[in-house]
Design a protein around this ligand. Structure first.
Ligand code: KIV
Ligand code: ZN
Length: 514
């Protein structure tokens, strides 16, 4: 009989705390649906008391996503706990995750509480959560810098008040595998009761995955992770790394298994990267584009003779096949929609029409269309559940080594055409300026990243930008075989997000009143 290691995904909560990431409710829902398809056990959907947007997103996910437990984060304050429950209660299985800091540094400088007060808060927060649901998780924040005796006292109080999962966060990524493993063992030995022990490791020393695995070896049966290792600062343990380590080394983790459908890992990684605007580093374990690339002749020779000579993971096992779809420029709308459905992409109405137009354009320019290409254009059209305010209708640029680079853009907004031209330092700069003039949305480009979706000279260029528009920070993404066009699409995408964020805060201000 095998024993389950529960995969607790916190991409939508801790992952969203990565600098510069801001997902709207539609994007969060899309990621949550893919996480359910991936087979994670628990989705931490957000921190409902943190903002109205977070509350709405957690509520939407609790209502719509089936399969995993839907969890919300909460401080110990009773109002926080109640607010968290209001959001997650719609789920078939709902969890409240209560946390409070326990290290001397956090208690003194942040909480300004004595150890006795922290124990009381733990009891009251966990107790209140338990009035709402039988599934309550508790975390002593900054556990790895908390004196052992005090941490045990807090954990015993949490179990006493009804916690069913005890999560041990290495909040600042201070742990080293063997001492983190020893910590997990210590908790198991000194905290009596019926609970699941969990790890939550940050990556400040690049050890988050190693520490999580040491925790599992020491008895943890839940691991908190983020897709692509996203999260505060250097991020959290990467879901794909932990899952594949458990799968590839059963000799080290005998009798343990996860419920993850590993064939969905690559697609999940791409989706999260696309919606968060965080590129995946090329040599990222498991999901990086080079994870299965062999450069040296000796390695290539070995892999051609027998894959396992230089590969411990079969690319197909993690969905990294770059499968070529059987669609071409003569394919019809029906075949297109059918192929998307087989890939698990649900897209309808205007978004389907727009994606089909993009597909046809791409098929004219590119011979080999892969799953990744198709996902990229569909995601750009799908992007969010809300119709975009501006769409790019036409782009004309001139530039090179002689003369001033110029761009002319035509955008559409509610049936109206808006045209603008500009000069710039280069064709991309001129294009962004022209879009700024046409939309009236001013902003500073704080980051610009271009990569190719697949290989080859006709590859789709994938542009990710970060835009700061008067304090509203958003990411934008665009794909095209032409990098200037991809940049224009990314810029228009970011402008649409800025307008959505502004509209939401105006609406909230109107609700609250003067
Ligand atoms: O890193 C941390 O301590 C956290 C807790 C809220 C679990 O994210
Ligand atoms: Zn964390």
């Amino acid at each position: 009989m095998s024993e389950r290691v529960r995969i607790f995904d916190t991409t939508l909560r801790d992952g969203e705390q990565s600098p510069g990431i801001s997902l709207d409710a539609g994007e969060k829902l899309e990621i949550a649906e893919q996480l359910a398809r991936l087979g994670v056990d628990i989705i931490e959907a957000g921190f409902p008391v943190a903002s109205e947007g977070d509350f709405e997103a957690v509520t939407a996910i609790a209502k719509a996503v089936h399969g995993p437990v839907i969890c919300g984060l909460s401080r110990t304050q009773l109002h926080d706990v109640d607010r968290c429950w209001d959001a997650v209660r719609h789920a078939a299985r709902a969890r409240i995750h209560v946390f409070i800091s326990t290290s001397p540094s956090h208690m003194e400088h942040m909480l300004k509480m004595t150890p006795a007060q922290v124990i009381n808060e733990t009891r009251s927060g966990v107790g209140r959560a338990r009035e709402h649901t039988e599934d309550v998780e508790f975390s002593p924040q900054d556990a790895t810098r908390t004196p052992l005796d005090f941490m045990i006292e807090v954990l015993v109080a949490a179990v006493d008040a009804g916690a069913t999962t005890l999560n041990i966060p290495d909040t600042v990524g201070y742990g080293i595998p063997w001492d983190f493993g020893a910590l997990i063992q210590y908790v198991r030995k000194h905290v009596p009761g019926d609970y699941v022990l969990s790890t939550h490791c940050h990556n400040d020393l690049g050890l988050a995955t190693a520490n999580s695995l040491a925790g599992v070896q020491a008895g943890a049966r839940q691991v908190e992770v983020c897709v692509n290792g996203l999260g505060e600062r250097a991020g959290n343990a990467a879901l794909e790394e932990v899952v594949m380590a458990l799968k590839i080394r059963p000799d080290q983790f005998p009798g343990l298994e996860t419920g993850v459908n590993t064939g969905e890992l690559a697609r999940t990684s791409r989706l999260v990267s696309r919606l968060t605007g965080y590129p995946v580093q090329y040599n990222k374990a498991v999901v990086g584009r080079n994870a299965f690339a062999h450069e040296s002749g000796i390695h290539q020779h070995g892999v051609l003779a027998e894959r396992t000579t230089y590969e411990i993971i079969d690319a197909a096992d993690v969905g990294q096949t770059g499968r070529q779809i059987v669609l071409g420029k003569h394919s019809g709308r029906h075949a297109f929609a059918d192929t998307l459905a087989k890939m698990g992409l649900t897209i309808q109405g205007d978004a389907l029409n727009a994606a089909f137009v993009r597909f046809k354009e791409l098929a004219d320019r590119k011979v080999d269309i892969t799953d990744a290409d198709l996902e990229a254009i569909v995601a750009e059209e799908l992007g969010t559940s809300v119709a975009p305010e501006f769409t790019l209708e036409a782009l004309e640029v001139s530039g090179g080594t002689v003369g001033v680079p110029r761009a002319r853009v035509v955008l559409a907004r509610a049936g109206e055409k808006l045209e603008s031209s500009s000069e710039g330092d280069g064709m991309i700069d001129a294009t962004c300026k022209a879009i700024r003039a046409a939309t009236g949305v001013d902003g500073t480009l704080t980051d610009f990243n271009v990569s190719s979706v697949t290989g080859g000279v006709d590859a789709l260029g994938d542009v990710i930008i970060q835009l700061d528009a008067g304090g509203v920070k958003v990411s934008g993404r665009g794909v095209s075989t032409d990098v200037v066009e991809a940049s224009a699409r990314a810029y228009v995408n970011a402008v649409n997000k800025v307008l959505r964020v502004r509209a939401r805060s105006d609406q909230r201000a109107a609700e609250v009143g003067p």
